[in-house]
Design a protein around this ligand. Structure first.
Ligand code: ADP
Ligand code: NA
Length: 332
C-alpha cells in the first residue's frame, strides 16, 4: 500500500563531526538506491526547541546542507531541504498535538534529560518535540526511518500517534513506520574517552574529528587519540574492555567499508604507533575531499540556497496532498 520511502533529519546545530558522518550522512548516502525514495531534512524547527543564536542557526543550516552534498548526497536523487521551508510539518504537528497524550510525552527520556530538573522553564516546543518528529515522518508517509538509538523511543511514539489517528478516525491512512536503528558498530566514540559518544557538545575539540577539519588537524587528532599500551588483537574478543582500541578499529572499518574482523585480520599484532598513521592516512583520504568540498560550497551560498529551495518544492509536492487529506479526514 505504501511505497518504500526513507525519511531522516538532522538538527542544524553546529560542529558536524565524524560520528555524524559515519552514523548518519554516509548511511543516508548509501540508502540512495533506485528503488527507494530518500528524503532528508535539516530540522531547524527542532533545533530552536532550545535557544539558537539566529546567525549561527542560519550558518549551521547551510553548513549541514554542504555536509550532506559533500558526503555524496545527490539533490537530484534525494530530496534535501530545510524543515521550516515546508510549512506542512508544523501544520501536521498541530493535528498530532491533538492526537498525542500528555502522558506519552512525559514518558520520553529525552524530554526528561533535556529539560532537566527545571521542567517548568523548558520550552513547550521541547515537550512537543516528538509530535513534530511524527509529523516530519508521516507527512511523507515514510516507511523507513534510519535513526540513532537515542531516537528509538520517539519513533515508537510516532507509531503510537499513527495508530491512534487511524483508529480514532477509522482510517488506514498513516503507515506504521519501521525504525532502522543504527548498530553499536556505527557509534563513534570520543577520541579522548572511549566511554563517551563523539559529540558536537563535547567541550574538547580534540575529542572529535570535525567534518570541516583539514588534513593536518585530522592527522594530529588521531595521533593524540587516547589508546592503551597493548598491541592490536587479531580477534574481536581481544577488544573487550578496550574501548579506545575498539573505537579506532571501528572507525577504520567504517571508513574503509570493512568489517572489524577484516580489519583485525590485517592489523592484528601491530602497535598503535604503527596503526595510528594507517588510520590517519585513511581518514585524511576519505575526509579531506569532503571538508574541501564543504568549504567550496560554503563560499557559494546562493548555490546552497537554491538547492534547498528546490528541495523544499519537491518535498511540498508530497507533503501538501497528504496534509490536505488529513484535514479532510479530520473534517476541516
Ligand atoms: P550530536 O549527538 O553530536 O548532538 P545529533 O544528535 O545532531 O549529534 O545527531 C545527528 C545524527 O548523527 C543522528 O542520526 C545521530 O544518530 C548521529 N550521530 C551523532 N553522534 C554520533 C556518533 N558519535 N556516532 C554515530 N552516530 C552519531
Ligand atoms: Na544526539
Amino acid at each position: 500500500q505504501f511505497t518504500p520511502r526513507v525519511f531522516s533529519g538532522i538538527q542544524p546545530s553546529g560542529n558536524l563531526h565524524l560520528g555524524n558522518y559515519l552514523g548518519a550522512l554516509k548511511r543516508f548516502v548509501d540508502m540512495q538506491q533506485p528503488d527507494m525514495e530518500t528524503i532528508y531534512c535539516m530540522v531547524d524547527l527542532h533545533a530552536i526547541t532550545v535557544w539558537q543564536d539566529p546567525k549561527e542557526l542560519a550558518h549551521s543550516t547551510r553548513e549541514l546542507c554542504a555536509g550532506f552534498i559533500a558526503a555524496g548526497l545527490d539533490p537530484d536523487k534525494s530530496i534535501l531541504f530545510n524543515q521550516s521551508q515546508v510549512p506542512e510539518h508544523a501544520q501536521l504537528a498541530w493535528i498530532f498535538n491533538c492526537v498525542a497524550r500528555m502522558g506519552w510525552m512525559q514518558r520520553m527520556t529525552q524530554w526528561k534529560d533535556k529539560a532537566g530538573k527545571n521542567q517548568q522553564n523548558a520550552s513547550l516546543g521541547l515537550f512537543a518535540y516528538p509530535s513534530l518528529m511524527a509529523a516530519d515522518i508521516l507527512t511523507y508517509h515514510a516507511t523507513h526511518v534510519p535513526v540513532g538509538d537515542d531516537q528509538k523511543q520517539h519513533l515508537e511514539l510516532t507509531r503510537d500517534i499513527a495508530t491512534k489517528f487511524n483508529h480514532d478516525y477509522g482510517v488506514d491512512f498513516f503507515p506504521i513506520t519501521e525504525p532502522v536503528i543504527e548498530g553499536a558498530a556505527t557509534r563513534v566514540m570520543s577520541l579522548r574517552d572511549g566511554s563517551k559518544k563523539m559529540s558536537k557538545s563535547d567541550p574538547s575539540d580534540m575529542s572529535r574529528i570535525n567534518m570541516t577539519d583539514d588534513a593536518d588537524t585530522i592527522a594530529k587528532k588521531i595521533r593524540k587519540a587516547k589508546t592503551d599500551p597493548d598491541a592490536l588483537p587479531s580477534e574481536v574478543d581481544g577488544l573487550e574492555d578496550r574501548p579506545e582500541a575498539r573505537n579506532l578499529v571501528n572507525i577504520y572499518a567504517a571508513l574503509n567499508d570493512q568489517t572489524v574482523e577484516q580489519v583485525l585480520a590485517e592489523v592484528g599484532g601491530k602497535q598503535f604507533g604503527e596503526f595510528k598513521p594507517m588510520l590517519a592516512e585513511l581518514a585524511v583520504a576519505k575526509l579531506a575531499p569532503i571538508s574541501s568540498e564543504m568549504a567550496r560550497l560554503m563560499g557559494e551560498q546562493a548555490e546552497i540556497d537554491q538547492i534547498l529551495a528546490k528541495g523544499a518544492e519537491k518535498a511540498r509536492a508530497i507533503a501538501a496532498p497528504i496534509l490536505q487529506q488529513t484535514y479532510e479526514i479530520v473534517g476541516m
